[in-house]
Design a binder for this molecule. Structure first.
Ligand SMILES: [Zn+2]
Length: 468
């Protein structure tokens, strides 16, 4: 342990944090306010703004420094109508547009393209121009996984006029999807046009559509939507560093949700955990006289579900004029499973994080992700070569079944494992405090550059990021 960390009484600090995170927990109160009373928070809507204001007020009540909202212009989208019917028999089917789907009113033959993999597209090539493709959203189980946006692009290239993606889960559920891959965007936060108009349906109507396609029937799809620019707001506050005030780290989560979703797991869980860690840090300074070594900025972003526009705007506004943070620890979908450790995007940070985890003495591990993760706000930092730390929890082992609920109306707070979330709060506070006290000389120099990151992204296009 380095001399600065050595000066703190970690046993007393850890006991205080564990006690306050569990006995003093305010997770319930925040979740009720954000996910129940405010509810859905599609970026740029009043729910999103109310939640940003609530978070700013909480930051202020904890006694954090400079709690404020930072506005930005959000490239947004919504829809007012979505319907579909089989032309020959008039049967109405449930469809919902993929995010950013343009308006369409189209009648065309329906062609079942399976999972939309290249071999089947090749077999059907003569029939695809002008058709509506019916494609399974999950990965085809027997070949190398191919991202859905890439499969949709190949259908567009083959001449399809529109696509209907079928959700893989039972029970009328439809999880909002995107038709574009953020790794193909020229800059963080960009919104790209659909390769072709794409809608979604649930598994049960997908089965009816498969039958209709096999009988050579046609389908009508009507979507009325609009794209426009509207103001949106990130909420930001900080606690100054006691030993290295010129440096800081970021702890963040996102405020916004998918349309009509209360967003409990995604990302109410990360948001209330950020609020709790902020409260613990502020209270710890008052009650124990213990402060972080470098400053900590608490950021709650809008626009995550809309191509990370809030975090992209935050990074662009601050870093360049100001020194970038030592790292960004981003929290998203925390109800996923028991804690296993942390993952980093850049190998030079792995050992420093591992040292902090070792100091907790709980057998937690830090790994470097083999691919750049583009599915959360950390991606805006990664694209500026700022080190990102994420929690490593679920993708392979011990995933909670409730973590299957994300981009839909059923992502409700009753599914959150509250005991586990309280442990997350304590774990993150203890680890972040330790990392804040690592002196600059103990961090290896950051060898990454934004152009090198872009090259790496280019080489990873078409792959499925099986991370965490
Ligand atoms: Zn999220």
């Amino acid at each position: 342990m380095d001399p600065i960390m050595d000066r703190l009484d970690w046993v007393d600090i850890d006991k205080w944090i564990m006690g306050e995170a569990i006995i003093g927990s305010q997770l319930d109160r925040h979740l009720y306010e954000i996910c129940e009373r405010i509810g859905s928070r599609w970026a740029g809507t009043s729910g999103d703004l109310h939640a940003a204001e609530y978070i700013r007020e909480q930051f202020e009540s904890f006694g954090l420094v400079n709690p404020h909202l930072e506005g930005f212009d959000l490239d947004t989208w919504d829809y007012s109508h979505s319907s579909s019917r089989i032309v020959e028999d008039g049967l109405e089917l449930t469809v919902q547009p993929m995010l950013n789907c343009p308006s369409i009113d189209l009648t065309a033959p329906l062609i079942d393209v399976g999972f939309g993999m290249p071999d089947l597209i090749e077999q059907l090539r003569g029939r695809l121009p002008g058709s509506i493709a019916l494609v399974s959203e999950p990965f085809e189980p027997f070949s190398t996984q191919k991202p859905l946006p890439d499969r949709l692009t190949e259908l567009a290239n083959a001449g399809c006029a529109a696509a209907i993606a079928v959700d893989g889960r039972d029970g009328g559920r439809i999880e909002y999807l995107k038709a574009t891959d953020k790794r193909r965007h020229e800059r963080a936060g960009q919104v790209m046009p659909h390769p072709l108009p794409c809608v979604q349906t649930h598994k049960e109507d997908g089965i009816r559509l498969r039958r209709a396609a096999s009988e050579g029937k046609s389908i009508n799809i009507k979507i009325v939507s609009r794209s426009f620019v509207t103001p949106a707001f990130n909420a930001v506050a900080e606690i100054p560093g006691s030993t290295m005030p010129s440096e800081h780290a970021v702890l963040s989560a996102h405020i916004d949700t998918y349309p009509d979703s209360p967003g409990a797991n995604d990302d109410g869980s990360g948001l209330v955990t950020t609020l709790e860690v902020a409260r613990l840090f502020a209270l710890m300074a008052k009650e124990l006289g213990v402060n972080p070594g470098i400053g900590v900025r608490f950021c709650a972003y809008s626009g995550e579900e809309q191509n990370h526009q809030g975090s992209a705007s935050y990074v662009q506004k601050h870093y360049g004029p100001e020194t970038p943070p030592r790292f960004c620890l981003n929290l998203d979908e925390l109800s996923a499973g028991s804690m296993k450790g942390m993952v980093v995007q850049m190998p030079h940070t792995q050992q420093v994080v591992q040292n902090a985890l070792d100091d907790l003495n709980e057998g937690l591990q830090c790994y470097t992700m083999p691919l750049l993760e583009h599915m959360n706000d950390g991606f805006s930092f990664t694209r500026s070569a700022i080190p990102v730390i994420l929690l490593w929890r679920w993708r392979f082992v011990g995933r909670n079944s409730a973590s299957d609920f994300r981009a839909e109306a059923w992502d409700t707070p009753d599914k959150l494992p509250m005991g586990e979330l309280k442990e997350y709060v304590a774990f993150i506070a203890r680890t972040l405090l330790r990392l804040s006290h690592v002196p600059p000389s103990s961090w290896p120099a950051n060898p990454e550059t934004a152009p090198a990151i872009e090259d790496r992204l280019e080489s990873e296009l078409g792959t499925v990021a099986r991370t965490m």
